[in-house]
Design a binder for this molecule. Sequence first.
Ligand code: FAD
Ligand code: SF4
Length: 401
Amino acid sequence: MTSVSPQKPHQKARALKPTSRRPAKELCSECGLCDTYYVHYVKEACAFINQQIADLEQQTHGRSRNLDEPDDWYFGVRQDMMAARKTEPIEGAQWTGIVSSIAIEMLNRGLVEGVVCVQNTAEDRFQPMPVIARTPEDILAARVNKPTLSPNLSILEQVEQSGMKRLLVIGVGCQIQALRAVEQQLGLEKLYVLGTPCVDNVTRAGLQKFLDTTSRSPDTVVHYEFMQDFRVHFKHEDGSEETVPFFGLKTNQLKDVFAPSCMSCFDYVNSLADLVVGYMGAPFGWQWIVVRNQRGQELLDVVQDQLQTQPVMSQGDRHAAVQQSIPAYDKGVTLPMWAAKLMGVVIERIGPKGLEYARFSIDSHFTRNYLYTKRQHPEKLEAHVPDYAKRIVDQYELPPS
Ligand code: FAD
Ligand code: SF4
């Protein structure tokens, strides 16, 4: 089924509010839909109950991925890709602040009346608090990742109650899949969707375990990112930076830290956003932009004069590294730190770069997630794994279940 059909469902749905049901059970990513009266549509809309990416791509972009085209498997429907960075980065943003800058321009130019984004609570910098931003200050207060599951769609009722007709939503793949499925019920005249890639998200408790296990000073971390140089970069309150090689992560202790939803997700690149802003297909220090459709181009156009850009590049061959990492992750192998650092240096020199780094990351996560889904939810495997992801996984030899 392609999304939910545009009947007269507002009234019907409203009668069913409120509920705390989570029909996806342990696979729920807390996207927020079930906190609203749109829970009525959950069985069709939830990314973990009804995988319908190809149909929603057709609805949103006018076509779905071409399965004869490997770059479509990886990067989805698109009309342009590039590397970009702000000439004047926003202080405190996750990267250079392209996402926040687009949102601010869209508001300032009157192209939208509000922006759905995620601030943090007063008590905890990593506890997400979804809001409808109506001023540039509100948007700036939402900059930087809250690297935890965030119920962005919980504000959908407020959107309708506010009477807004033109809206920008910023979000990750599972949130955007559910949003696209109910889009026609929201009563909007224009919806822009600005997505980020997303992988390995965690609950707030899981985040604490990750920080405690990985950082030298977990309580002072203000920002972290898994970067293209195969290291996790932590930024601390005092401005100092700490790096930990991927290969030195305590995989054996971290295996159960990622949310089950993220262990069974195959929408790393946010297939249904109009514009995607990440980093993994770009050289180190640059952001990666994927324009999926004309609406995405409109979003990018409002900040063109604030950006430095260059074409995407691709270098190296990921296949051997991915194949070797599959059994190592499966067995929870952790290298001693000296070996991890050495391996990090070597792989940074000769390893995949640009789009090939993005393919490396997608392959590693999709093979891991395929194994997880096959073992934990075998009854879901066939319908839940999209065809493009099956093609990606088929390139590798997987350990027995
Ligand atoms: P900023 O201007 O700092 O804005 C960040 C925006 O992210 C804010 O508008 C905020 O509303 C939104 N946001 C923050 N936390 C959340 C959340 N939990 N859920 C939804 N929206 C949120 N890119 C990659 O290329 N590869 C990855 O593996 C990858 N993993 C990510 C995992 C998570 C959980 C998140 C949230 C993002 C991830 N990204 C990834 C995207 C990347 O880290 C940057 O967010 C992106 O490049 C934008 O940077 P910026 O400086 O332009 O953002
Ligand atoms: Fe509901 Fe979203 Fe959880 Fe699915 S992922 S059960 S739609 S809150």
